[in-house]
Design a binder for this molecule. Structure first.
Ligand SMILES: [Zn+2]
Length: 61
């Protein structure tokens, strides 16, 4: 299951589109570089399997 979602960069506040791989677990955490400013965001992702949605919170890493 792949979910298209977005996160707001914790540094420059630009919207980044990402694809979350649901097979990695319903709670995921990893570092993703911002596509605009290239700084590393610490992503905390919670996946809702029934809705096929992902809630993403980005923090400075
Ligand atoms: Zn950024």
């Amino acid at each position: 299951m792949e979910i298209d979602t977005t996160f707001i960069c914790a540094y420059c506040l630009q919207v980044n589109a990402i694809v979350v791989d649901g097979t990695g677990g319903l709670h995921q955490q990893y570092i993703e570089d911002c596509q605009v400013c290239c700084r590393p965001n610490d992503l905390h992702i919670v996946i809702d399997e029934e809705l096929s949605e992902a809630d993403v919170q980005a923090e400075t890493a």
